[in-house]
Design a protein around this ligand. Structure first.
Ligand code: ATP
Ligand code: MG
Length: 346
């Protein structure tokens, strides 16, 4: 039996990259025989400073977005992480097992250090220089342990994650192994990653060699699920391409055109080859872009409509999240009882 857990930070309305790289699969993984737990991981969000009012709003916007993207509350438990206290409880237990060294090696943590230091620092350097860690909180360092708890709490067998999270998933696998070995009981399965193919990676519309990201200061670089058809036409119309004739897929020489082909094939659910073929007779870059924009609009507009409908019904969204938390807590509670017994707390 498959048990899937996946989490997403409450960052407001997702962009096309989030949708194609992650959220669209959340909805397609909901199948008979599979149990799906989808969490808005607000406890992870507070590892960095947050404004309380903005955080609250972003959580709501993410919940609405997930529902609009096809997460079905009848098939999945959709819930806020902080509403299921067992995430924090299991994280503490794992904290008491996880060697500090495992966390120091995590590249996400190290890259935060490097941003501060201005160069790639070794773990020893980091520990030796206290000014590096000032401002960064314990929670950020501990992030992967909480993530391991999120996953193992439900005894998840499969975890849809981006490439950038593979190292953290490996830590979750190691944690499962360590726990089982320490207490000589096979409590946790080793979760397997489901990663989207590298080809599904959506790049920035302005700078097609870097990925589309919500942290990009330019709104022109990304398409948000809340964008109107006019805005989508205009953003894609102004996307960076090249002056070569025709449409061909070549990520190195033609990153802009290739990115539009990636987007087109993904929103149409066809292969890149098929996409290239459809554009064989295209007359101009302008025409190519218009067709890509039309395809994106066809896919996004129903989501956008659902988004605005749900935004007007916060009572319903609250109810979905409450019921989701209840469903999740029931499973979590059962597993925590087992954990407490195994380690002698009960
Ligand atoms: P940031 O730039 O701050 O990291 P982000 O836009 O990358 O933000 P995340 O919250 O880190 O968004 O990612 C949420 C999910 O969306 C992850 O599963 C991630 O792998 C996926 N994702 C993010 N950007 C893209 C992209 N450009 N193409 C495909 N998938 C993406
Ligand atoms: Mg990211």
């Amino acid at each position: 039996k498959r048990v899937i857990f996946s989490g997403i930070q409450p960052t407001g309305i997702p962009h096309l990259g989030n949708y194609l790289g992650a959220l669209s699969s959340w909805s397609s993984l909901q199948q008979p025989g599979t149990t799906t737990f989808y969490s808005i991981v607000d406890l992870h969000a507070i590892t960095m400073p947050q404004d309380p009012d903005i955080l609250r709003q972003s959580k709501f916007d993410m919940a609405v977005s997930l529902l609009a993207c096809g997460v079905d509350p009848k098939q999945s438990a959709l819930f806020e992480q902080s509403r299921v206290a067992a995430h924090s409880e299991l994280a503490w237990i794992f904290n008491c097992l996880t060697p500090v060294g495992w966390l120091g090696r995590m590249t996400q943590w190290k890259s935060k250090m490097d941003q501060k230091r201005g160069h790639v620092a070794s773990h020893a350097e980091i520990l030796a220089d206290e000014s590096l860690t000032t401002g960064l909180k314990m929670g950020l360092f501990d992030y992967p342990v909480l993530q391991a708890a999120d996953i193992l709490l439900y005894k998840a067998t499969h975890v849809p994650v981006g490439q950038d999270q593979l190292q953290h998933l490996e830590l979750a696998r190691d944690t499962a192994k360590l726990f089982n070995k320490t207490f000589k009981k096979n409590v946790f399965p080793k979760p397997i990653a489901i990663t989207p193919p590298e080809s599904q990676r959506v790049m920035s519309l302005r700078q097609p060699t870097v990925k589309m990201s919500k942290s990009d200061p330019s709104e022109q670089s990304r398409i948000n699920l809340s964008d109107t058809p006019e805005v989508i036409q205009s953003k894609i119309g102004r996307a960076t391409t090249d002056s070569l004739v025709g449409v061909s897929y070549d990520k190195r020489e033609r990153p802009g055109v290739s990115n539009l082909l990636t987007i087109y094939s993904a929103v149409r659910d066809i292969s890149i080859e098929e996409a290239v073929k459809e554009f064989e007779g295209v007359e101009s870059t302008k025409q190519f872009k218009e067709q890509v924009a039309d395809a994106v609009i066809d896919r996004i507009v129903p989501i956008r409509n659902e988004l605005s409908r749900l935004q007007g019904d916060p009572g319903y969204v609250r109810q979905v999240l409450d019921e989701g938390a209840e469903k999740a807590a029931e499973v979590a509670h059962k597993h925590m009882e087992e954990v407490y017994k195994v380690i002698g707390l009960k």
